[in-house]
Design a protein. Sequence first.
Length: 355
Amino acid sequence: MKAFLTLQNGRVFEGESFGAAGEAVGEIVFTTAMTGYNKTLTDPGYCGQIVVQTFPLIGNYGVITPEFESDGIFLSAYIVRDWCRHPSNFRSEGDIDAFLKEKNVIGLCGIDTRELTGIIRENGIMNAKITDKAPDVAEVVRELESFSFRNPVAKVTTDKVVIDTPENKKHRVILWDFGVKKSLKDALLLRGCEVVTVPAKISAQDIMDLSPDGIVLSNGPGDPSDDMQIISEIKNICKTDIPVFGICLGHSLLALANGGRTEKLKYGHHGGSQPVCEVKTGKVFITTQNHCYAVDSESVPDTAVITYRNANDGSCEGLEYPGKKIFSVQFHPETVSGQFNTSFLFDKFIKLMED
């Protein structure tokens, strides 16, 4: 069945529908990940977005539940060049078409995703709409110009406190859930941390009442500057001597809580093979990322120092706060889709709790 993608700049692509039927609206972004589409589909960080895979064939090893990063799909729609109708893998539980239908997520295939990616790179992130009928372009553009997806963190955070205790428990860590990925929690459990996952809207005092040895601010979706209540509570946490580790959205929220600012990137950083340079040593790490906003380097307060920069555009990728046991990174050290060389950051966090 035919389906149409209309961009906010008026460009229309005609393709074919797969997954669920219907219409979808969202901010359109592309991911450069060549593997790990199960993780992309279930990453809460894509909440409210239409995700374009730049790799041309998706679904060749099927749907594999143990690779999921959450229990649901939070993205608005999924765009691929081709999807594999006959996946081949001993762990496969089905194809992505059936999976998208089950989760009521609209898919679009059969379009030139390379050209689409080029348009996003040239024009920047924009809104888009998928329809199953030829669009009235002027009408859709007007709709997209006024579209805004609000409060994504509230849609992906847990609604209760959840405690996971490993056999080799050494530390109690609060995992502040802004849209956390399963692999982040797994990285902490692997290191002997009892993980207490808490809702985004929890207060600093309620966190302190849980007697944590350390606090991790998780990844998540949306504009960090929209989360003013959370930022206010993080400010109170920063007044304590408890070790704090911020990741992705957590990194940005920490910077905002300490007087910094964030800025929207032209087309964001999404997917693997994202090079990050350690400022102190010049060493380059290959990372996985998923964000549209970055900390404005010019706004970094005197109480913080930049530890990592993106090797492509120079944007801030890491901060430390001298005199405090607080540090953060914009990338995802917990990734298990190929890049493992920044997992030492979890060990750094563990050491801060032991000192």
